[in-house]
Design a protein around this ligand. Sequence first.
Ligand SMILES: Cc1cc2nc3c(=O)[nH]c(=O)nc-3n(C[C@H](O)[C@H](O)[C@H](O)COP(=O)(O)O)c2cc1C
Length: 187
Amino acid sequence: MRVIALQGSPRRDGHTALLLESFLSPLRATHAVKRVDVCYQHILPCRSCYACQNNSACVTDDDMAHIYPNLAFDDVVVVASPIYFYGVTAQLKAVIDRCQHFWTNPNQRETSRVGVLLLTAGAPDSTGIGVSTTTAAVRIFMACIGAPLTYVFAATHTDVVPARQQSEVLEAAAAAAQQLADAAKVL
Ligand SMILES: Cc1cc2nc3c(=O)[nH]c(=O)nc-3n(C[C@H](O)[C@H](O)[C@H](O)COP(=O)(O)O)c2cc1C
């Protein structure tokens, strides 16, 4: 099984990375895992040139070229982000927008794969709005690339309770990954 994980925080070892690594650790031993810290890639925003309507590929030449094949064909697609103003980080949003290519060319990617969303947020999210708004946007993205959103885990209130202390969320994420790893073994 192949797993692509997009890590959206500029903090490589922050709360989001910690939650992501909890999810990835059961998979790393036996499956091909590629983690991309998107803030350290050269990825430009979509220019709305619509060249993808006529070409099968995006014409912008940057590090998306290394990510498109994984987003198109890997069995599991993981999006991990801190919530920034009720959405994902700008760097991750650039990656998402560049996947307009798959919207205009749906035959260019596999379907029926697994989408996973991992979020962290500084606030308690007592109203649920930050998690729900971000989840709604990412759900559309996952559907667009053919990896319907199947699992969502969120560590909120990280301003007060660091993600590393939120064992319930970390363990739930790891358990879901273990389930995926085990299911793939019997396929
Ligand atoms: C620019 C910016 C915007 C943020 N917006 C929100 C927000 O809307 N809601 C929230 O709960 N936390 C917000 N936060 C806090 C982060 O989501 C939180 O600290 C997160 O756990 C950081 O994860 P990281 O350590 O992986 O970067 C924001 C932080 C920054 C830097």
